[in-house]
Design a protein around this ligand. Sequence first.
Ligand SMILES: Cc1ncc(COP(=O)(O)O)c(C=O)c1O
Length: 308
Amino acid sequence: MVYKSVIEMIGNTPLLDISEHLEEECARLVVKLEMFNPGGSIKDRPALAMIEAAERAGNLKPGMTIVEPTAGNTGIGLALVGNLKGYRTVFFVPDRMSREKILAMRLYGAEVHLVPKELGMAQCIELARSYCEEHGNCFMTQQFENPANPNQAESHLGPEVYEQLGRYPDGMTVGAGTGGTFTGLARWLKKNNPNGICWLVEPKGSIFGGGPRGSYLVEGIGNSFYPQVLDMDLADHVATIADTDSFAACKFIAHKMGLIVGGSAGANFHAAKQLCRQLGPGKTVLTVFPDNMERYYSKDWVAELVED
Ligand SMILES: Cc1ncc(COP(=O)(O)O)c(C=O)c1O
């Protein structure tokens, strides 16, 4: 197939069986390789879905500006799709996010405002709202509230897995930032396999599992509040993973699987190993690798991981 636009290349990512990297007496483990999306992450999917839903509803029209608070990957997806469709893009990003992500957004043509990390994502949301009020002719995608965010995981990501795997998994471990991917995939799984076990993955320091708020280095997952799109009722368990375990998993994945993945992929794999042990042989677990580590090369933790 010859594509006519990079937008057409979003989704349809490969599914890889990584069961050989588990201990014996474990379930089968398959992973959706989301870094193969053209913007380099799983967030290309909701970016496209939110833009097209807004266009269909008449809320986003030519000449308007797309505004969003983002941890980076959504911004990259929105900048990529938005720019190709002719919209201006403006983002509010916590300054702890990697330089690589910010550079990518700017290369696509976005205007990026950095927000001190102490103020958190909640403040990025407030600043984005104020920008829209002040400038007008703006559309805020609002990934934390926009139903198109979880809906695309339910209607596209899940069905892709079924098509590739030929069955519904028995469990899944999926990291949550907005919770869009987790909620959509969990809805899809529980609808098609009511016994499906859904583990939400977060870094230690995120509050989804009820733990105290703290700082963490893994990017893209975890939060200091419960986003509207996140349906916690679908989570059978919250796996809270320490940065050290996520990063050790990244190193293992690079050595053993030939994939240089970001920290949230490491967290998802660490949790998946536990669920595969719990479910045992004959069952199948699904996880996702949301992006690549190349997106974080300027971070100290990457240099430390290489030296270690
Ligand atoms: C690297 C990475 N992993 C996981 C996620 C989580 O995705 P969601 O917002 O669907 O919870 C994100 C979201 O930005 C991300 O950037």
